[in-house]
Design a binder for this molecule. Structure first.
Ligand code: NAD
Ligand code: IPM
Ligand code: MG
Length: 356
């Protein structure tokens, strides 16, 4: 397994020992820099060594990238470019972003209890195509001499077909309802998207397929999120809608993700960013990352039991009333990032020594 970004050998050792304790499996860990850490150390956001090590791992756990320090860098020297290069390099095209309102956190949702309660949806986001990677893109000058910036939303049939199959398979393991979100009333790439999703649906007669324009979907997510089971959408809409869905669950600090390809290691990361506004204050909610490790065990290593142990521990920690600020509601115990992590460990195995 490989850990990216939090470039501190001592921390990795601690994490390794804890993971070994937690799931009873001996992990081999390798820590490599990406994003800002890599820029500072090696001058590029994704060093070749990091990509190679990632490719040679069984699974990759990624800490969030980005920060004010690098915001004004040119595109090639942005932390975000490192992340996109990593996704591209690992060929992970299917990004699973589950959003569940846990009974313990209904009060943390910004939506009314009756709207939020019981929400359990999965966003299947296409991750390696669309406007993020489409060409042409760049900067230029138009006929009036005005500076322009441009990107291209482009999807090929095979890209839509393979993500559609992942989404139908995902829906089959869930509530057998798939909603495809697009902008087929305006965008050609979305028109093809809708056509292909409909074509692939003939392979899945047991799945109820519906289509929704993205503007409506953004509205429906806060109007009646329980209508959704599995959502399939393109790269950019998935980015936006999953952040929106996260707030239904109480906080973006709760949402993990799994990015999978046809073969090779998966990439596991919280959906949130580096939260620079609260960096260094011990305030961040670690649960999205902890739950990403659970997804890594399940989807990346096939260790379902171990994955469940982590998920159960998170629920137990919440049952015992521990909350970081983002999910805090009256009557609970407010803790920082570190203490929240320690409480999860205690829930997994009370015998884990704090110093390990
Ligand atoms: N996958 C990634 O690594 C990833 C994802 C999104 C953004 N980013 C990068 O992160 C940086 C900041 O971006 P942003 O501010 O738009 O998004 P962000 O997700 O970092 O933060 C958005 C808001 O959510 C809060 N938040 C995020 N994670 C939290 C957590 N675990 N606990 C509590 N609160 C949390 C932040 O404090 C902030 O108010 C940018 O450089 C961006 O490019 C990286
Ligand atoms: C940081 C950025 C490149 C990334 C994305 O847009 O995919 C992030 O927002 C995410 O959701 O993982
Ligand atoms: Mg995002």
């Amino acid at each position: 397994m490989m850990i990216l970004d939090c470039f501190d050998q001592n921390k990795t050792w601690v994490l390794k020992k804890k993971m070994d304790f937690v799931v009873g499996i001996e992990f081999g860990f390798k820590e490599m820099p990406v994003g800002g850490a890599a820029l500072d150390l090696m001058g590029v956001p994704l060093p070749e060594e990091t990509l190679l090590a990632a490719k040679q791992s069984d699974a990759v756990l990624l800490g969030a990238i980005g920060g004010y320090k690098w915001d004004k860098n040119q595109k090639h020297f942005k932390p975000e470019t490192g992340l996109l290069q990593l996704r591209e390099g690992l060929k992970v095209f299917a990004n699973l972003r589950p959003a569940c309102v846990l009974p313990q956190l209904v009060d943390a949702s910004t939506l009314k209890k009756e709207v939020a309660e019981g929400v359990d949806l999965m966003v299947v986001r296409e991750l390696s195509g669309g406007i993020y990677f489409g060409k042409p893109r760049g900067f230029g000058t138009n006929e009036n001499g005005d500076e322009i910036g441009f990107n291209t939303e482009v999807y090929a049939t095979y890209e839509i077909d393979r993500i559609a199959r992942v989404a139908f398979e995902t829906a089959r393991k869930r509530g057998r309802k798939l909603c495809s979100v697009d902008k087929a009333n305006v965008l050609e790439a979305s028109m093809l998207w809708r056509q292909r999703v409909m074509a692939i649906s003939s392979e899945y007669p047991d799945i109820e397929l519906s289509h929704m324009y993205v503007d409506n979907a953004a509205m429906q997510l806060v109007r009646n999120p329980k209508q959704f089971d599995t959502i399939i959408t393109n790269n950019i809409f998935g980015d936006i809608l999953s952040d929106e869905a996260s707030m239904i669950t109480g906080s973006i600090g709760m949402l993990p993700s799994a990015s999978l390809g046809e073969a090779g290691p998966g990439l596991f990361e919280p959906i949130h960013g580096s939260a620079p506004d609260i960096a260094g204050q011990d305030k961040a909610n670690p649960l999205a990352t902890v739950l990403s490790a659970a997804m890594l065990l399940k989807y990346g290593l096939g260790e379902e039991k171990a994955s469940q142990r982590i998920e159960t521990a998170v629920l137990d920690t919440l049952n015992r009333g521990f909350r970081t600020g983002d999910i805090y509601s009256e009557g609970n115990k407010l803790v920082g990032c570190k203490d929240m992590g320690e409480e999860v460990l205690k829930s997994i195995n009370p015998k884990i020594p704090a110093a390990v």
